[in-house]
Write a new protein. Sequence first.
Length: 299
Amino acid sequence: MRAYVIGNVAVDETISVSSMPEAGASILGREETRDLGGKGANQAVVMSRTGLPTTLVTAVGEDFRAQTIRDQLAEEQLQAHLVTLAGRSSDFSIIFTTPDGENAIVTTTDSAGSLTLAAALAPLDSADVGDLVVLQGNLAEEVTRGLLAEAKRRALVTAFNPSPLRPYFADLWPLVDIAFLNKGEAESLAGSSGETAARRLMEAGVKQVVLTLGGQGSMLAVDGKPIITIPAVSTKAVDTTGAGDTFMAVALASAALRGIEIDARAIADASAAASLTVSRRGTRSAFPTREELKAILAG
Ligand code: ATP
């Protein structure tokens, strides 16, 4: 079993501010960290640290950030399939964090949005039936749609995190086996939250729905089974960047490594891993280590 995470990679610049800037304001901040980020890279890095064989398919530009991205990915035990886009800049994020652990993120998607369907599909030629294809919301619409459709045609398992939100996500559900949504995404795409949102997504064709609710925990819905709710693991949150990505990667890997579909234990493992991420500043540097994940997954 291998996971193919197809998505964006970015250089994350985290700036701490006393409160979020308002429109028109000029405020002072302090650079906290410069780190590897981007939802695709985040999910691939965490997944690979669980020991699940992982391929990251992503795009970088031709600029100084591309080398940072290559260097940081080389430190991880994942297969990085980087498509270099001539004349483009690599993607980056500016992350504002406040003392209470809240964050606001601006991400450029010049590279991710320029990845073509053909380039994104090429690495899937080596995929076996049942392998995971993991997508987020940063690729172009035709690439996201094409990848999901092609993955289903090849009997691969599709996991989708509709973030950042785009309106067209609402009709992708029949192509999605496992969906991960936070509260805002559920409200926007399912017009509701909690159990009602999960039921609506399953009616639209999703087989398993995982809803995350920040410090309030998470919920797993599987067609025909009672809904499972799991509390968050209590911790002092200092920076929630990458919490959802950690959660999704560990939930998928916990189940895949045991050769089963996502269950309560996978969600509990994901909650434990995400609580570590929120307790540290940064993105890649805040993710649980291989040793920490080994201990979590050993239960
Ligand atoms: P982000 O965009 O910040 O990466 P998200 O909005 O996608 O995250 P959340 O629902 O905020 O996702 O969080 C995902 C999971 O991370 C939660 O279900 C929970 O297990 C864990 N988590 C988030 N915030 C906290 C917190 N304050 N304390 C403990 N665990 C948390």
